[in-house]
Design a binder for this molecule. Sequence first.
Ligand code: SF4
Ligand code: SF4
Length: 349
Amino acid sequence: MRARASELGFVRTGVARAQVLTEDFARYEAFIEEEMHGSMGYLAERREARRTVDTEAILPGARSVVVCAIDYRAAPATANGANEKGPQGAVIARYARGQDYHNFVRKKLRRLAEFVRQETGCEARPMLDTAPMLERAWARLAGVGFVGKNGCVIAPGVGSFVLLGSVVTTAELVADEPMESRCGACTLCLDACPTRAFVRPFVLDARRCVSFLTIEHRESIPVSLREGVGDRLFGCDDCQDVCPYNQSKSGHKPASSQFSLGERWASRTVESLLAMDERAFEALTLGSPLGRPGRDGLVRNALTVLANTGTVAHLPAIERLVASETSEVVLDAARWAIERIRERAARGA
Ligand code: SF4
Ligand code: SF4
């Protein structure tokens, strides 16, 4: 099964015994109780179902969870030295620079589930962001990686830029050893966060995280956090970029060029996003994770980036937008951007 998973492009595969989660579930419950999930209401739904996988929601009679990781650190995308991180003037989180991963990773998991069924005669169900599962807990229990102080699963030798999927099965497979934290005294990720989103090691207040604010949040970004967004158009990788476990290239094996920056982003500037109406947004983000925040959310993000980095040369485009815009979220971000850019210009900065 491991050989088959490797053939399919997974860089790590591990097996956990299906069990009732205790510590990991308690951490999840505390996160929800303290409302750190913000407006991601779906995280608080079907709480009890997340305690184990032997449930109606996942697979009755489940005995093992096979967890697989795919490396999404893309090889440099462009030969001519053009943008690799996002449109000119902005950064997109690594996992989102290319195609939406769901389709092609799901296909790989389906093939692996089929293999498990054939080999064992037991039921097997592929899972990828579809059912209420505490993926990081299962990854840790399956020995795929440990959970770092930044909350990410880190596979030693590969790092944390991995996507996790699993195959839940009624087959009783030989389980791997769980992997406990190997962070030691390091605090690099906690110190690197631009919005101070870590309440303490291992505990992230998603409401302050740039990834939440630029991807999931539908309202205005709180003023006190806007500066921390910096030049990030969609998501944030800072607490992973600084992690020593991500500096090793030895286990680095990108799944495919599907994670390289798409031409649609490389060929434009962040300012050009301001002119997008709903139709242009739909066309631009088709098959891309950047469709997630919606047109208003993405334009809000572009304005926040310009507020933090733009110059007076950007003012005409922002003012044109203000003249025709109807979304309050966009208007709020646009007015703030104008104010910030003018302030900077007045200071000669
Ligand atoms: S993703 Fe960025 S904003 Fe969120 S916790 Fe990590 S460093 Fe902070
Ligand atoms: S940066 Fe340091 S503390 Fe943070 S996850 Fe990596 S090893 Fe752990």
